[in-house]
Ligand binder design. Structure first.
Ligand SMILES: Nc1ccn([C@@H]2O[C@H](COP(=O)(O)OP(=O)(O)O)[C@@H](O)[C@H]2O)c(=O)n1
Ligand SMILES: [Ca+2]
Length: 491
């Protein structure tokens, strides 16, 4: 005869069923209540109107996070065809038209129902700064034209303006450190080196800089509960395109019909226009009197002579402060790691010199050999690279090396602290992300209160405690348990 299981009493079965139902209900409620909502995103768009070209960046971040504290990421970028907006001074309406294709792409990339609430910013940098110096009404007209075009977009246009050099430097620094998660965690920050076509920025935190020696180079931030005293400086005219103009101007000072340029490859031979070369406030005051209309630009391909002529555009003769970089500009002691982006990256990547563990002497040797390579051979080796860019890499590499070592005082010891970077975790390094984070108040001054446990941890703990309570409950009912018969069974 089969013996009856003592657990199969109505009381224990009912208790067990109710207990199991209670646990399932409790865990289900906990999971559902705290489940991250289906991912919905918000968007922001920034147009970077640089001196050489305009680029559009789309950023997205999770919509459900309080105060927009979720991670912001770049989801798309679009390079506007044609030159930078400052080149449209004589045909401003074309500046507006030039943005059309990228704006169309943005309309497709940002979900339709988000269009109206998506902020759209345009920030212009050194190209427009120079145009504004040269001819402020022309820069107003260009802005008017791009504003008109952007107001027609379905997005929430927040205005177009020129960033100050300080803002450009500081927002580049914010971008790099935000993407590296250094701000939230209060880690040592990374300095930012940005090389554009018309200006260049250096920004870093240094222990011996509190802003008192040179307030115009100080930007104070309070981010996630940490205070930062950022040193930043923007050198107008020291972007690589304007620097090249200064180097050429230096060599055409005596107004000859031909220059033999050590920064261009042997065999390079182009006829260039004086008025085009001198059409910039960076060099216009140096235009030789009675110069011919054109000059012949010949390459000589001599790195060490190129170094000398590049050095001549830096002034190291005066410094009113305890220490300077160049042109009498204060700079505290370099400190920490640096990220070098924009043209720093493009040039060094082309030259295969992004690895900064390569000793500076080797970098110089490589440039010596590259610069002395005949122009025909260079063109043959790089049929896909735009000839205008290709012709300038010897100059640009030499310029970058000079700016870093002579200008900013990087040494053989500190050069490896620089990383040449294009993107960080999928987002481009540059001022645009920092600019948007600032304008949308997405970096809080104080560290936000976050729940002590992540969602998965919370659910696991609720489940474990529920099971534990159930077991304890069953144990507490021990007096009601049916007795087990321990008597020997008689067969
Ligand atoms: N693929 C690329 C894109 C840009 N560039 C250069 O990177 C620089 C970008 O400067 P930019 O247009 O942002 O000018 P700024 O207004 O920042 O001075 C220009 O000198 C471009 O020629 C490059 O060397 N390779
Ligand atoms: Ca730029």
């Amino acid at each position: 005869m089969k013996e009856k299981n003592p657990w199969h009493t109505p009381v224990t079965i009912i208790i067990t069923v109710i207990g199991v139902i209670a646990i399932v209900a409790l865990v289900t409620v906990a999971v559902l209540q705290n489940r991250p909502l289906a991912q919905k995103y918000k968007y922001g768009i920034v147009l970077d109107a640089g001196s050489s070209h305009t680029a559009l960046y789309i950023y997205e971040w999770p919509a459900e996070k309080d105060n927009n504290t979720g991670r912001v990421e770049q989801t798309h970028s679009c390079k506007v065809k044609g030159p930078g907006i400052s080149s449209y001074a004589s045909a401003p309406s074309r500046a507006g038209e030039s943005l059309r294709d990228c704006m169309q792409e943005a309309k497709l990339r940002v979900p339709g129902k988000r269009h109206l609430e998506t902020p759209l910013y345009l920030g212009a940098t050194a190209g427009m700064r120079l145009l504004n110096i040269e001819n402020s009404s022309a820069s107003d007209v260009v802005f008017h034209a791009v504003e008109e075009a952007l107001q027609k977009s379905p997005f929430s246009f927040q205005g177009a303006r020129i960033l100050s050099g300080q803002e450009e430097g500081a927002f580049g620094w914010v971008t790099v450190n935000y993407l590296d998660d250094r701000l939230k965690q209060g880690l040592e920050t990374t300095g930012a080196l940005d090389l554009g076509g018309a200006s260049t920025q250096i920004s870093f935190v240094s222990d011996n800089f509190d802003g008192s020696e040179s307030p115009e180079n100080a930007v104070a931030f309070r981010l996630y509960g940490n205070d930062y005293n950022l040193y930043t400086h923007s050198f107008l005219c020291y972007g690589k395109d304007q620097a090249l103009r200064m180097v050429l101007a230096q060599q055409t000072q005596s107004g000859p019909g031909t220059i033999l340029d050590p920064c261009f490859h042997p065999g390079y031979n182009e006829t260039k226009n004086y008025s085009v070369l001198y059409d910039s406030p960076c060099v216009s005051d140096r235009k030789p009197q009675g110069a011919p209309a054109t000059f012949t630009h010949l390459g000589k391909g001599n790195f060490s002579q190129c170094l000398d002529v590049v050095k001549s555009i830096f002034n190291f003769t005066y410094c009113r402060y305890s220490q300077c970089s160049f042109n009498g500009v204060f700079q505290p002691l370099l400190q920490g790691p640096f990220g070098a982006f924009s043209a720093y990256y493009f040039v060094m990547n082309f030259l295969n010199l992004t690895d900064t563990s390569i000793p500076l002497d080797t970098v110089r040797k490589k440039l010596t050999s590259y610069c002395s390579t005949p122009w025909d051979q260079i063109k043959q080796q790089h049929p896909d690279v735009k000839v205008k860019y290709l012709a300038e890499y010897c100059f640009s590499g030499t310029y970058i090396l000079t700016l870093l070592t002579e200008g900013y005082n990087f040494t053989s010891e500190s050069y490896p602290n620089i990383k040449f970077i294009k993107k960080i975790k999928g987002s481009d390094a540059g001022w645009t992300l920092g600019y948007m984070l600032n304008l949308t108040n997405m970096i809080p001054a104080e560290a936000p209160d976050s729940p002590p446990l992540p969602h998965a941890g919370y659910v696991s703990i609720v489940t474990v405690i529920a099971i534990l309570l159930f077991v304890l409950f069953i144990l507490s009912l021990r007096p009601l348990w049916p007795r087990c018969s321990k008597q020997p069974q008689i067969i």
